[in-house]
Design a protein around this ligand. Structure first.
Ligand code: NAD
Length: 473
């Protein structure tokens, strides 16, 4: 893959002035590139450039914004091979799904080009004779977008595109695990000819620029995607400085399999719904809550399906499960499994670790208090919890601090809707897996999984503010 050694600030590619950083291939452990991370002065420059660019951008017509956003499509298409190489070599994503990110980004652009013309205001009557009150929806200004390492292309663009479409400028801070992906996004904006400063990327050590990025006086809002722990810190810091936040955080998502479910179809959905990105997706199933009537068949079919998955080099197109992002993540997954086995769970499929590749585990006789069930594992581990009633399934599903996504399998759609309404989570899917986030559709988490809603009109609500102007006629 290419070397990504520069920051993108104010339309310029330049060296960071912070710590020397290194980036490794999570499968081979080979050094991919080193770069100078951004320091606080770089963050300052990026925010100032964004602030200057935003004023002119906000004043352009919707037609102009749409025209510019459309130019991103060929720009991204020309970067297709770089995106796939980066996803596989930097992110460890299986190469056979590498091209999918480009499709997701193009869908996001196609959705975002609707937003400039969707922004509407309000006219309100006044009790003051001769006065009219106009509510305008205007851009918030500069938005800080903070992204995690998993699925960076999509997760960064999911918020950057609507923010820009609504007339804002963006400074993106990617995870230091995947800075190359963020620089490819910058390349696309650069190639498309966006005004200098409208989109900036500062990649650096969280310890050096993290808090500064959040508390800086210029950004009006931060759109954060990442762990609940970091989201809590960002929320606290932003709150102290009266900045808006939109938070997409961790999950502990359920697949509830009721006694009338089509078990085989449910199992077919697990390949994607659990193992996409090697189990490192916020919406992936963490707990399988299965009613006793279908439990044994479910475990039998799950075991067979999981044993058929191929693990290894993500550059091999026949491989389903590649490496976790780093060895810290591997150790964390191993510790979850070990403690759950000590707590009395049994093994239906025994995983193993080779380098950073964790082969999948299926654990049964799991209780909701055991570590792989009560925590977000973020790896290829299936925990099956047996329950004896629908009520117990709902109670177990809700016994968590998280509320991001989930699904329920039943042949009775009405029953599925009633169960879904009782599960305390932002997104529930009936007869599908829980990984779903269409750009025009409502999305967001509950409890410790999220604040705010994204998708279609919810993006517009998020990335604009309403101001009142009165006129004495
Ligand atoms: P993380 O919380 O460790 O890091 C996320 C981002 O926050 C990174 O860019 C990191 O550098 C930055 N960061 C860390 N400290 C900061 C600070 N003080 N100020 C500003 N930025 C700071 O998360 P991760 O390990 O990169 O990603 C995995 C987590 O993300 C999982 O918990 C997963 O569930 C969650 N996630 C959620 C969604 C969602 O839509 N809800 C999507 C993807 C991932």
């Amino acid at each position: 893959m290419k070397q990504y050694t520069k920051q993108y600030i104010g339309g310029q590619w330049r060296e960071g002035r912070g710590k020397e950083m290194s980036n490794f291939n999570p499968y081979t452990n080979e050094l991919l590139y080193t770069y100078k991370g951004a320091n606080q002065e770089d963050v300052d420059d990026a925010y100032k450039a964004a602030q200057a660019a935003q004023v002119e951008w906000a004043a352009t017509t919707p037609a102009h914004k749409i025209q510019m956003l459309k130019k991103l499509i060929p720009a991204f298409e020309s970067l297709r091979e770089d995106m796939i190489a980066c996803d596989t070599e930097e992110g460890g994503k299986s190469i056979h799904i590498g091209g999918v990110d480009l499709n997701y980004i193009i869908e996001a652009i196609e959705d975002a080009i609707r937003y400039p013309t969707m922004i509407q205001g309000t006219i309100m009557p006044s009790n003051i004779p001769g006065r009219e009150c106009y509510g305008y929806k205007v851009p918030k200004g500069v938005i800080g977008v903070i992204s995690p390492w998993n699925h960076l292309f999509v997760l960064a663009m999911r918020y950057t595109l609507p923010a820009i479409a609504c007339g804002n400028a963006v400074v993106l801070k990617p995870s230091s695990e995947t800075p190359g992906s963020a620089m490819i996004l910058a390349e696309a904006f650069d190639k498309a000819g966006f005004p200098a400063g409208l989109f900036n990327v500062v990649a650096g050590a969280g310890s050096e620029i993290g808090d500064y990025f959040v508390t800086h006086p210029i950004p009006a809002m931060h759109s954060f995607t990442g762990s609940t722990e970091t989201g809590r810190r960002i929320s606290e810091l932003a709150g102290r400085h009266f900045k808006d936040v939109a938070l997409e955080m961790g999950g502990n998502n359920v697949m509830i399999v009721l006694d009338d479910a089509d078990v085989s179809k449910a199992i077919k959905s697990v390949g994607f719904g659990k193992f996409l990105l090697n189990g490192q997706v916020c919406m992936a199933v963490n707990r399988f809550i299965v009613m006793d009537a279908v439990h044994d068949r479910f475990v039998e079919e799950l075991t067979a399906m999981v044993k058929s998955l191929k693990c290894g080099n993500p550059s091999d197109p026949t491989v389903n499960i590649g490496p976790l992002i780093n060895n810290t993540q591997v150790k964390s997954v191993e510790a979850f499994v070990e403690k759950t086995l000590q707590a009395g769970a049994t093994v239906a499929v025994e995983g193993k670790t080779e380098g950073n590749v964790v082969h999948p585990w299926v654990l049964t006789n799991v209780s909701n208090k055991m570590p792989t069930a009560c925590c977000e594992v973020f790896g290829p581990v299936c925990s099956v919890i047996k329950v004896s009633s629908e009520e117990e399934a709902i109670a177990v599903a809700n016994d968590t601090e998280y509320g991001l996504s989930g699904c329920v399998w039943t042949e009775d759609i009405f029953r599925g809707i009633q169960v879904s309404k009782k599960v305390q989570t932002g997104n529930m899917h009936i007869n599908s897996h829980p990984i779903s986030a269409e750009y025009h559709v409502l999305f967001g988490g509950e409890k410790s999984s999220g604040r705010g809603r994204s998708g279609g009109q919810w993006y517009i609500n998020s990335f604009t503010k309403e101001v009142l102007i009165t006129v004495n006629l």
